[in-house]
Design a protein around this ligand. Structure first.
Ligand code: ADP
Ligand code: ASP
Ligand code: MG
Length: 456
């Protein structure tokens, strides 16, 4: 068995779904379980229309809903058996009626709870997975749809729920594994439910994570992430184009890149795969002939010190200073308790005797957090910052990396530096305006020459 996950742009239209069907059909003897994202930008559109409803603009929300329904109808009806036309009508009718009830409820209370956010955003994958299953029949495959909410069980942390692995694996073993022996199973990514059956989601970009959970649960031989780039590249193509394809990379390196902003993988994706030692492949659904990136436990040695550069925009630095820290203990605990209370993850931390600087990328509770911290310390906040992170297994053993990085930055002001905690990354914070120049400089420094064993 293999798991094949197709992201939003890979299923954005009838033509895209046809490409997916060809790719899957060519691998049907490997018993694929297919995980799909919502079609195109559907998740964003669902969240936007619910936002309109919460602002009291119910008719605008309903207009947008109509357009979303028309989009799904148009793309799906082009790749459907005549006998499934009625099934499609039924599918759209039930789901969009349910959505319109949600919109009405949101408009009535003029707010949008995390539970409601999940219910609304789950519609995208609920629809796409059933549409893709119908389309697979049209392209001559025995497809069986499984509602991921029946098998992926999570805690109740709406919008970023954590899977309950034991239960989830049990259900995957009992339902998906046997079904995949004779059918191409199709499931929605991203969506899940609590033990009590309330819909949850795994967080934005979470379909990659679904794929690896399913892969680990059914004991797949491979987890394939099909997307819109040739694989993992040496830098984020939206920041600096011209990155090179990485042929093989370790689980640890890929995880580090994902934590630090490489959107090509959801940050949790490799964890279930590491557990069961299942290779993860990143592949291009528009160029299936390209061999992509293979993420494995022990890749071959790489002569380059750095394998890739990740970056994250919209970062906020919180700088906390207090003379009371001098020689005192328990201060860091008090600081982190504040972030904990407001459920705000901290990404990077640097400390000196009387100062702690840290970064967050979710600034929703920034005012409350700085308010609380000001009771015990002086607080300064800097917004519009970016984290840049050079990742590579050899960073730990290669002298002079720091020197090369700062030289390549050519005088860009570095606000925070962190190295050594994971041993395979060197990360620093700069002003967002300097980001392109920084990544470009580092990319030239570290990738002008490339080990042909590792880079395409
Ligand atoms: P999908 O919808 O298939 O899940 P995403 O948009 O979530 O696709 O992820 C793919 C995108 O990730 C690419 O189009 C690219 O812009 C971005 N990306 C960021 N960093 C990297 C990187 N190092 N290598 C490849 N892609 C990257
Ligand atoms: N559709 C969800 C999102 O846009 C999940 C995913 O695509 O991975 O975040
Ligand atoms: Mg994604």
């Amino acid at each position: 068995m293999i798991v094949m996950k197709f992201g939003g742009s890979s299923v954005e239209s009838a033509a895209a779904i046809e490409r997916v069907a060809r790719i899957v059909k060519a691998r049907v003897e490997r018993n694929p379980v297919v995980v799909v994202s919502a079609m195109g930008k559907t998740t964003n559109r669902l969240l936007a229309l619910a936002g309109l409803a919460a602002e009291g603009k119910q008719s605008a929300a309903l207009d947008e809903m109509e357009q979303l329904q028309a989009f799904h109808r148009k793309e799906a009806s082009a790749i459907l058996l005549a006998e499934d036309q009625e099934n499609l009508d039924q599918l759209l009718e039930t789901h969009f009626t349910e959505l319109s009830h949600m919109v009405a409820e949101i408009a009535e209370v003029e707010s949008f709870s995390p539970q409601m956010i999940d219910a609304v955003s789950a519609m995208g994958e609920r629809l796409s997975s059933q549409i893709v299953a119908l389309a697979f029949r049209y392209f001559g495959m025995a497809a069986a749809h499984v509602d991921s909410r029946q098998v992926i069980v999570t805690d109740t942390r709406h919008t970023h729920a954590a899977p309950l692995f034991h239960r989830t694996y049990e259900r995957l073993q009992a339902t998906v594994a046997p079904l995949a022996e004779k059918n191409v199973v199709v499931m929605g990514g991203f969506i899940s439910s609590t033990v009590n059956g309330v819909t949850t989601t795994l967080g934005r970009g979470g379909s990659d994570y679904t794929a690896s959970i399913v892969g680990a649960g059914i004991g797949a031989e491979e987890i394939q992430i099909w997307t819109d780039v040739d694989g993992m590249l040496t830098c984020d193509p939206r920041i600096v184009p011209g990155g090179h394809l990485i042929k093989t990379i370790s689980f640890a390196e890929a995880a580090e890149l994902a934590y630090f902003g490489a959107k090509v993988l959801h940050p949790a994706t490799v964890l279930p795969a590491i557990d069961k030692n299942i290779p993860v492949l990143v592949l291009n659904s528009r160029r299936p002939e390209v061999s992509g990136t293979r993420i494995i436990k022990d890749p071959p040695h790489c002569r380059n010190a750095v394998k890739s550069i990740a970056c994250k925009k919209n970062v906020t630095i919180v700088k906390i200073q207090s003379l009371r820290m001098l020689g005192a203990h328990g201060f860091l605990r008090r600081i982190f308790e504040v972030f904990d209370r407001f459920q705000t993850p901290v990404d990077m931390v640097t400390t000196s005797e009387v100062t702690v600087s840290l970064t967050i990328d979710n600034a929703r509770h920034l005012n409350e957090i700085s308010g609380e911290l000001r009771r015990i310390a002086e607080v300064e906040v800097e917004t519009n910052r970016a984290i840049v992170c050079a990742v590579g297994d050899n960073i730990r053993g290669t002298p002079g990396i720091g020197g090369r990085i700062f030289h390549a930055l050519g005088g860009i002001n570095v606000l925070m530096v962190s190295q050594g905690s994971s041993q395979l990354n060197f990360s620093f914070v700069i002003a967002e305006d300097d980001l392109v120049r920084a990544v470009d400089g580092l990319h030239q420094e570290f990738f002008s020459e490339r080990d042909p064993e590792v880079f395409a």
